[in-house]
Design a protein around this ligand. Structure first.
Ligand code: NAP
Length: 239
């Protein structure tokens, strides 16, 4: 039997990242799980047993990103898939938002993904293969008011993914951008989530496992097939 494929998932301590780590481990992958909340990662690692490695990593910190990538490499010798999923959202009228929120979102959603890419892409180039999954948002495509900096980071991720896809095509590295609609996770405080889905007329939001299944679908394709973009929304989400 061949060695399991090695995946690095950021933001694995909750929501989409946690569900993706679980689904991939259940489907035979070895998962490096990166995030800041160590107890959450340890609990998930206990659940996944030999299929998971918790990695303390704040993606806004260059040193922690490098150390997490190195730890996974020391343990498994390769990284087949990088899932840039860690993200934060601070929405509301632009002039009401403190500037710190601008920095936090750009540092985490955009620069955090770039730090990971700079650490992992050279590994994939050496391997002659790899898959990068960047988790953007439906809001990166369907630009709406009241979320200017968040949508800027998510639209930026879509553009970044497409440019890198073209640059790395001949190196056999595949790029996928995932654009979820409303998913029930800790990204949304529960009361605000209920209010948001009501006002958007969404009858049943997505669950994190549904995004994880979409990612699994893309990863399971034969080597000559690149699924480059997945926009996935609840049926009743008009946006
Ligand atoms: N939920 C939705 O409706 C929705 C829709 C479209 C796109 N998305 C995107 O999906 C991704 C996952 O979000 P989610 O919905 O699953 O929300 P979530 O449950 O809040 O998960 C966010 C994850 O990001 C991690 N994270 C945040 N800042 C980090 C940092 N500086 N370093 C490392 N990890 C960090 C958090 O872990 P720690 O706090 O432990 O570090 C957590 O694991 C995000 O990029 C989000 O923008 C979500």
């Amino acid at each position: 039997m061949s060695d399991p494929k090695v995946v690095l998932v950021t933001g694995a301590s909750s929501g989409i990242g946690q569900a993706t780590a679980r689904v991939l481990a259940e489907n035979g992958y070895f998962v490096g799980m990166a995030a800041r909340r160590w107890e959450r990662l340890e609990a998930l690692a206990r659940e996944l047993g030999e299929r998971g490695l918790p990695l303390q990593c704040d993606v806004t910190d260059e040193g922690q990103v490098r150390a997490a990538v190195q730890e996974l490499l020391d343990r498994r010798g390769r990284i087949d898939v990088l899932i840039n999923n860690a993200g934060v959202m601070r929405i509301g009228p632009f002039l009401d938002q403190p500037q710190d929120n601008d920095r936090l979102q750009v540092e985490t959603n955009l620069l955090g993904s770039l730090r990971m890419l700079r650490a992992v892409l050279p590994v994939m180039v050496r391997q002659g293969a790899g898959i990068v999954v960047n988790v953007s948002s439906i809001l990166g495509r369907a630009i709406r008011p009241g979320a200017a900096v968040y949508v800027a980071t998510k639209a930026g991720l879509i553009a970044l993914t497409e440019s890198l896809r073209k640059e790395f095509t001949r190196r056999n590295i595949r790029f996928l951008v995932v654009e979820p609609g409303m998913v029930r996770t800790e990204l949304h405080p529960p009361a605000e989530f209920e209010q948001a889905i009501r006002s958007a007329g969404i009858q049943k939001p997505l669950e994190a496992e549904e995004i994880a299944s979409a990612i699994l679908y893309a990863l399971e394709q034969p080597e000559h097939v690149a699924v480059s973009e997945i926009l996935i929304r609840p049926v009743t989400q008009e946006l």
